[in-house]
Design a protein around this ligand. Structure first.
Ligand code: DX5
Ligand code: ZN
Length: 220
């Protein structure tokens, strides 16, 4: 079953409880939480204290996407705050095998993300180790950007590696996903779609989640 993970980056930060409830009512599977540090990406968002607070008011799994330098230093904090899935960027981790092992030791699902220009092949030897691979389909840092079409062939290629190796990791795609391109992204092999502005920019938000889920074949 494919999953939809609305990104809180485009939600109203003054009312996160309601914003999460709206997507849950529409049938969202995970809540995608974008953590940015102003170093790895040119934007700063939220950290463990906010995650700890919102963890108390949502039952959905928290899919935490770390776009930060020195992720190793904060893994315990994000795990303790309530992350269920912790994804780190290949480009910001010098010893990613150690980082992934640490996330798993903390009892969380471990993901690796790569930017649009980073080749899938770099991760080849890590594919047996991870629960999730997140392919960025925009350059990370901001919501509301346009989907970069060349990422479609990366999804297809990663899906081929996944099938050939009989791996079980999720293929998550993040950036510029909307009603028009969701079908194509799934056809290429994605199993989890992140959607920020196309969900929270809609009115009502619940209906957009339902529409996206319908396109994904999991309509409720
Ligand atoms: C971008 C973030 C995304 C972002 C997606 O750096 O990782 O999760 O919120 O937003 P949209 O769907 O608007 O591209
Ligand atoms: Zn993200």
């Amino acid at each position: 079953m494919t999953k939809l993970a609305p990104s809180l980056l485009s939600a109203n930060f003054a009312r996160l409880e309601d914003e999460m409830a709206m997507v849950e009512r529409g049938g969202a599977d995970w809540i995608h939480i974008d953590v940015m540090d102003g170093h790895f990406v040119p934007n700063i968002t939220i950290g463990p204290p906010v995650i700890r607070s919102i963890r108390k008011v949502s039952r959905l799994p928290f899919d935490v996407h770390l776009m930060i330098e020195n992720a190793d230093r904060c893994l315990e904090d994000f795990a303790a705050a309530g992350a269920d899935i912790i994804t780190v960027h290949w480009e910001s981790c010098a010893h990613i095998h150690r980082t992934v092992s640490k996330i798993k030791e903390l009892g969380k699902m471990a993901g690796i993300s790569i930017n649009p220009a980073t080749p899938v092949d770099l991760m080849k030897h890590m594919l047996a180790e991870v629960d999730l691979v997140l392919l960025m389909s925009v350059n990370p840092g901001f919501g509301g950007q346009k989907f970069i079409p060349m990422v479609l062939s990366k999804i297809e290629y990663l899906n081929t590696l996944r099938e050939n190796g009989r791996y079980g990791f999720e293929i998550e795609v993040d950036g510029g996903i909307n009603l028009d391109n969701a079908g194509k992204v799934l056809d290429a092999g994605a199993t989890v779609l992140v959607a920020g502005s196309s969900v929270y920019g809609a009115d009502p938000v619940e209906d957009r989640v339902r529409e996206l889920k319908r396109v994904m074949g999991g309509g409720i």
